[in-house]
Design a binder for this molecule. Structure first.
Ligand SMILES: [Zn+2]
Length: 720
């Protein structure tokens, strides 16, 4: 018998399936193939081939070898690793890796070629046209433009047989970066870090570095220099830069374009399918050397990945929480290890995990202490809301209002930061007290005034704001509780009617173009007050922004989960770091009811190290990450009885293992989402324990009924 082909399919199946290799197909590991599955034909990837001699069971044959670039070995190894780490089926990460191949290949395009036949009657126009055509196949329009002749000349030469129409598939490619363009001047601290990164690249093999620099210290320039050195030294080398969100991608793309004269490949959910296909193909063929993208770019078929940069590495958006659950920062380190590449984690407020890896010497620690170009860190002051509260129904306290007025009077810009989308986070009936929620979910509906709708931010459910209470039927009884950015904007407009005010949130900045437009207006000084959620707290440089007011600094501390304090510190340090990034000094004001809290004290003192030391000590005492491992097992189902029965069986089947504790089951904080009830187990283990093996073995002990779903979240971030 012919060879046996193991094909992994992008489906939730535990393993690859065996097929027979038809005569003459000559498959190799990594090839994309079409295979039968039941009555369907599906596309998959060849992960292994073995001799079929002595194999008696008849196998279905592979139907076709697809005309696609094969997946390189590094991607296959990465997919296997990612699936094991996340305790999920390998088809889940494979599905992400094949996303770029799902759009049909581009259609062949018309090209004109000179045949060598001389036209009967030579004219200057005809000669020019033939000379242009001799340089290579061009589209009719391009040829006409190059020769400067009319389309009639083209038609005549085709009729005479001097030009021939061919159809060509244009290979996806990106222009080579121009490495001779001048670099921005670096300060000594930047130059030292750039040299260190270049040396790590030259040494080769897997390496990890933490690029730790205060906001405004110029981390991007540092890694741009490392990219330039790498591309110069290794003509095949590829680079991936991961960013937590699309708005930031645009800013970094522009920096790369300015530095290398070409646009890098762009990869995120907002990219149209044909463009996505172009990047996927060009990366796989080695014709795209720089990719800037969101977390799923990690699964692109790089052939010679030598450098991965994770910018704003502390950012929670790197955690993918639906479908295949993974943290892109941790996966970036894994992919770099598999490829023998350098991974650079960059942040002004690194995660405790990365700081710990740097402290223990696993990561090279590169520090940028000073702000770039002599700018100083903003002065941070706390506004005690108990002492100077805003007027009733208002959210900006008198000291903050005064500071905004002073900034505007000096011709400078102010940012009011509130990490809450919409107008009000809660709508309540003052007759019956009902809090409005989505019909099948426990989370509150958020009022959006721009659209007049009530929206569930968890599931996306939305409805027109009703005139009467859906619960008791009372008229005009619904009141908006608490502020969102839209409400702060309303207040700012009433206080500063002559100021130009804009809102930066994911509702107002819905795509890359909108983000670019708003950033440009802010840079050009066309906006006086920017009311912003965390979408604007990252990365952007606004030279004339000198005041940042944080409307509710306590917001993130109320969640009470493992990372609440860390996240609050990071977010507020980033937000306040927006102020005073050029010559003018910046100031940040934090409105808080808890000025004595460790987070507020550390922010005011600019004492990140002090904050980290306290937080690390608490984690170590509780043996929580990074001093231990943590996973959540979420069990959900629409049928409460089936769910309860299964959860009880699962609780009784916890494997008896040393240094592992299982807590729960507890109702998830939002027990009901999309009509499904959810219960959660938390699993803590020491770092020496193979937590994935434990989770896999535990889950395998009790098979869930069809109505119950079990989701494993390794290193959980949000506990919704
Ligand atoms: Zn009511």
């Amino acid at each position: 018998m012919a060879r046996i082909v193991q094909v992994l399919l992008p489906l939730p199946l535990p393993e690859a399936f065996d097929y027979a290799e038809p005569d003459g197909m000559a498959l190799e590991v990594g090839d994309l193939v079409g295979v039968p599955l039941g009555q369907r034909r599906v596309g998959g990837v060849v992960v292994a081939l073995r001799d079929g001699a002595g194999h008696n069971r008849p196998l279905k044959p592979v139907l076709a070898k697809l005309d696609e670039p094969p997946l390189p070995p590094g991607v296959l190894a990465f997919i296997a690793w990612a699936a094991r780490y996340s305790v999920d089926a390998p088809g889940a990460p494979l599905s992400i890796a094949l996303r770029g191949s799902r759009t049909p290949k581009p259609r062949p395009e018309r090209r004109l070629v000179a045949t060598g036949v001389q036209p009967g009657r030579p004219t200057p126009a005809r000669s020019k046209l033939l000379a242009a055509a001799a340089e290579g196949p061009l589209s009719p329009a391009a040829l006409i433009a190059r020769a400067g002749v009319s389309s009639a000349v083209v038609k005549a030469l085709i009729d005479e047989g001097a030009l021939e129409v061919v159809h060509e598939v244009i290979a996806a490619s990106f222009a080579e970066p121009d490495l001779d363009r001048p670099a921005a001047p670096l300060n000594p601290s930047q130059a030292a870090s750039a040299r260190a990164l270049t040396a790590l690249l030259a040494a080769g093999g897997f390496q990890a570095a933490l690029l730790d620099g205060v906001t405004g210290s110029g981390k991007t320039e540092v890694y741009l220099e490392a990219v330039a050195a790498l591309l110069r030294d290794e003509p095949q080398a590829q680079v991936l830069v991961l960013l937590p969100e699309i708005a930031l991608t645009q800013a970094v793309l522009a920096r790369f374009e300015a530095r290398f004269g070409v646009m890098p490949g762009e990869w995120h959910s907002g990219i149209a399918p044909p463009q996505r296909r172009r990047v996927w193909e060009a990366v796989g063929a080695g014709r795209c050397r720089i990719v800037v993208g969101a977390r799923s770019a990690l699964f692109l078929p790089f052939r010679a990945l030598r450098l991965v940069v994770v910018d704003e590495e502390h950012d929670g958006s790197f955690k993918q929480e639906e479908g295949f659950i993974y943290h892109a920062r941790d996966m970036a380190v894994a992919r770099a290890k598999i490829e023998g590449a350098l991974v650079v984690l960059a942040s002004a407020t690194p995660s405790l995990e990365s700081l710990w890896n740097a402290e223990t010497g696993r990561y090279r620690w590169l520090k940028l202490k000073a702000r770039h170009g002599g700018a100083v860190m903003p002065q941070i002051d706390l506004i005690d809301l108990k002492a100077t509260p805003p007027e009733p129904g208002r959210w900006l306290s008198p000291p903050l209002v005064r500071a905004v007025a002073q900034a505007l009077a000096r011709g400078e810009q102010a940012m009011l930061f509130l990490n809450r989308r919409g107008y009000a986070p809660l709508v309540l009936c003052r007759v019956c007290g009902e809090k409005l929620t989505a019909p099948d979910t426990d989370s509150w509906l958020v009022e959006h005034r721009y659209t007049g709708r009530l929206v569930c931010h968890l599931t996306g459910f939305s409805m027109v704001k009703p005139k009467t209470c859906p619960h008791c039927g009372a008229t005009d009884s619904l009141v908006s509780i608490g502020p969102g950015v839209e409400r702060v904007e309303e207040e700012a407009r009433s206080l500063f009617p002559d100021a130009a005010i804009a809102v930066f949130s994911s509702d107002t900045v819905i795509d890359a173009d909108a983000a670019r437009g708003l950033i440009r207006r802010m840079e050009a000084g066309e906006i006086d007050i920017l009311v912003a959620t965390q979408a604007a707290a990252k990365g952007h440089n606004f030279p004339n922004l000198t005041l940042v007011g944080v409307v509710d600094a306590d917001l993130g501390l109320r969640g009470g989960d493992l990372r609440a304090a860390e996240r609050t510190y990071q977010l507020l340090a980033q937000a306040t770091g927006r102020a005073g990034r050029a010559e003018r000094p910046g100031r940040a004001l934090l409105q808080t009811y808890a000025p004595e809290h460790a987070v507020m004290q550390a922010l005011q003192a600019g004492d990140r190290d002090g904050f980290v030391a306290v937080e690390m000590a608490e984690r170590e005492a509780a043996r929580l990450p990074p001093f231990g491992r943590l996973a959540a097992v979420i069990v959900s189902g629409a049928d409460p009885e089936a769910l309860e029965t299964y959860v009880r069986a699962l609780a009784a089947a916890v494997p008896n293992t040393d240094n592992v504790e299982v807590y729960g089951p507890a109702d998830a904080p939002l027990a009901l989402v999309r009509g499904r009830r959810r219960k959660r187990f938390l699993v803590r283990s020491d770092r020496t324990v193979d937590l994935q093996a434990f989770l896999g073995a535990w889950r395998a002990r009790v098979r869930p009924p069809a109505s119950v779903r079990v989701t494993i979240d390794v290193d959980p971030y949000s506990f919704l």
